[in-house]
Design a protein around this ligand. Structure first.
Ligand code: URP
Ligand code: ZN
Ligand code: ZN
Length: 473
């Protein structure tokens, strides 16, 4: 099946130009002016619209068991929400379940394969490390996994000791993995949490007060020194504090291979949101900080010290005792109410995979903070380059997968739960005025979203085998 998209303005990470796009089957075969009609081709008129590469969200947690419940989007509902927001590829984290890494990956494959509605790949969490695990890490490459996440927080559960991170990064250097770091100071958090609870401080704001920004800054600096010692590249996930951006800027100035991502919550909200009566809705780790931190993260994006805008999508219901209707059926999943008397029991994580592009366009491009090229760079091209998907994904070129979004820059909507397709009972951007939204979304040449109609289906998403030694930007 051939498709010609006519008259749209293509936005790349460096350019903006009007051209037609010819798609044959799953790939783009030609980009140029006045591509002639070919027999049987479907013609789509995109004049007045922008054509963007399908978004890539490299940080999602679908169907993740956590805090005595599970994140409320699975590999179908989360993919569908992503697609409605213009994202066509996601990279999800495989939790390590014991010492056998292959078994953990297979468990995640089993969850995802039948449900996937967009293309997807995996990162591997390394939260239990020993010599046996060390010998298995290189074998992840055969499974298409080339990225490892380590945690310097969640002491009792996910944390990896510094000495083990050092060993993991040595392996990463040798075999071409990228290490991703959740950077907070787990020891300090542990003490501050105990003290807060002992003093009866149980409301959501104490989540932020017990996870200080300087702990995150210190952990980033630790990560940088481990990268310097091992020569392995490092990617800091969910950057949230101004000091972290300064650390990255310094390290990169000295030529160290350090990269970073931030997420919508760290640009648009502050810890003040935790003081609202419904503050639990904003509980995530690391927490959101201050306006000054928001601003420094924006400047980090502009300077190029932060390369990626992802989401850390890990949604929970606000009130999981009440069902919502999803695709005609009642669904209820325990959520933030689990911690109504104790902030440490509130499931950590936020919805965002479907909101990401609309909110960044409206607040970033629309308000003149970033250009449309920067938008494409941090939501598609850079993620593709850093995570080994380029040029199949993240760019519109002959030979690339025909993953693209026909974006209507003039479409105005009052955003919120009614628009977002995430399977939860609230939206962080309820009532926000958005200007700019997807009209149509294509995954490998198939239109999977047409306005408000869902044309995608479970099982159509392909697993992406990624290769090691991808780009350091
Ligand atoms: O609060 C968050 N971020 N939950 C997901 C797990 C993580 O640390 O990324
Ligand atoms: Zn994390
Ligand atoms: Zn995460």
């Amino acid at each position: 099946m051939k498709t010609i998209i006519r008259g749209g303005t293509i936005i790349s990470a460096s350019d903006e130009y009007q051209a037609d796009i010819l798609i044959d089957g799953e790939v783009i075969v030609q980009i140029g002016n006045d591509i002639p009609d070919s027999e049987g081709a479907r013609i789509i008129n995109a004049s007045g619209k922008l054509i963007l590469p399908g978004g890539i969200d490299v940080h999602t947690h679908f169907d993740l068991p956590m805090f005595n419940t599970v994140s409320s989007d699975d590999h179908y509902t989360g993919h569908k929400a992503a697609a409605f927001g213009g994202t066509t590829t996601v990279l999800d984290f495989v939790p390590q379940m014991g010492e056998n890494l292959r078994e953990s990956v297979e468990t995640w494959q089993k969850k995802a394969k039948q449900k996937a509605a967009i293309d997807y790949g995996f990162h591997m969490n390394i939260s239990l490390f020993n010599d046996n695990v060390a010998t298995q890490i290189p074998g992840l490459i055969d499974l298409g996994i080339t990225t490892l996440k380590v945690f310097t927080a969640y002491n009792a559960t996910l944390r990896t000791q510094d000495i083990d991170i050092f060993k993991i990064m040595r392996i990463a250097k040798k075999y071409g993995f990228l290490t991703m770091m959740h950077a907070e100071n787990g020891d300090i958090i542990e003490i501050l949490v105990k003290e807060a609870l002992a003093a009866g401080n149980v409301s959501p704001i104490w989540h932020a007060r017990t996870r200080p920004a300087w702990g995150a800054v210190e952990a980033v600096s630790r990560g940088i020194s481990l990268s310097a010692h091992t020569g392995a590249p490092l990617y800091i996930v969910h950057m949230n504090a101004s000091g972290e951006v300064d650390q990255l800027a310094n390290a990169r100035k000295s030529g160290l291979p350090i990269m970073g991502e931030t997420c919508p919550q760290y640009l648009f909200f502050t810890e003040k949101h935790l003081e609202r009566p419904d503050g639990a809705k904003w509980i995530c780790s690391p927490p959101m900080r201050t306006l000054q931190d928001n601003n420094r993260l924006w400047s980090g994006i502009m300077e190029g010290n932060i390369q990626v805008f992802a989401t850390d999508h890990c949604p929970f219901f606000y009130d999981g005792t009440k069902p919502i209707i999803y695709e005609g059926k009642e669904v209820k999943i325990p959520g933030k109410e689990l911690g109504k008397d104790d902030f440490t029991k509130i499931p950590n994580g936020l919805p965002g995979v479907g909101d990401r592009l609309a909110v960044l366009w409206s607040e970033g491009v629309g308000k003149g903070r970033i250009t449309s090229q920067k938008f494409v760079e941090i939501t598609a091209s850079n993620p593709a380059k850093i995570f080994g998907l380029y040029p199949k994904k993240g760019v519109l070129l002959p030979g690339s997968d025909a993953d693209l979004v026909i974006w209507n820059p003039d479409k105005k909507i009052r955003y919120g739960l009614e628009w977002s397709q995430q399977r939860t009972d609230y939206n962080l951007y309820e009532g926000w005025q958005m200007t700019g939204f997807p009209d149509k979304v294509f995954l490998r040449g198939n239109c999977i979203v047409d306005g408000r109609d869902w044309l995608g289906k479970a099982g159509d998403g392909k697993y992406i085998h990624r290769k090691p030694f991808s780009q350091v930007l």
